[in-house]
Design a protein around this ligand. Structure first.
Ligand code: ZN
Length: 183
């Protein structure tokens, strides 16, 4: 290998390392910035009356799907809210977006850490709200994504799977859902 080629490789490796470090710092600093707000939100009492997190869906149109049998002996740990594909999904609470992912039975999903340390799970999304980022602070009613059928809901009528996980595991969102205020 020529001296010149070695230098080029070394330079590329340096640039790559620099890029990795700056990416890590960018994400790390977003997390640090969100930390005080995360602590504030965590210490708030959990909100018992939650607006329906799918735009235009009335609470009385939702069925209690908690505990229904699912594949592999699982029980349904959430509420399914049916709506046309692409209907906006909105945050039920104030919170911090802690994870945005596309894998597993939930397909495209978002986790929001909310008051009382409850984690709110929005799954089977068709896609995410433009510009939605990890560690973003959201208010109740803020746009998270679109109703879809991703993950193990593929081919079923589009719906939002909405789950709430407290310190003692999954709790039923259904009794807490109320009509969202008009926006
Ligand atoms: Zn579900």
């Amino acid at each position: 290998m020529t001296h010149r080629a070695q230098r080029t490789i070394a330079m590329s490796l340096c640039l790559l390392a620099l890029l990795a470090v700056s990416l890590w710092l960018a994400n790390g600093s977003a997390m640090l910035r969100a930390l005080p707000e995360a602590v504030r939100i965590w210490r708030m009492p959990a909100v018992m009356e939650l607006p329906v997190p799918v735009q235009g869906v009335r609470a009385k149109r939702i069925a209690d799907t908690w505990g229904g049998a699912r594949s592999g002996g699982r029980r349904h740990e959430g509420t399914d809210i049916f709506a046309k594909r692409g209907t906006p999904v909105t945050s039920a609470t104030r919170g911090i977006v802690v994870r945005i992912g596309d894998y597993g039975i939930g397909g495209k999903h978002v986790w929001v850490l909310g008051p009382g340390g409850e984690r709110h799970y929005y799954a089977h999304l068709d896609g995410w709200a433009p510009g939605l980022r990890q560690y973003r602070v959201v208010r109740a009613g803020d746009f998270l994504g679109f109703v879809g059928d991703t993950g193990n809901a593929r081919g079923t009528p589009p719906h939002l799977h909405y789950g709430i996980y407290g310190t003692r595991g999954a709790t039923n969102p259904y009794p807490r859902l109320h009509d969202a205020p008009a926006r």
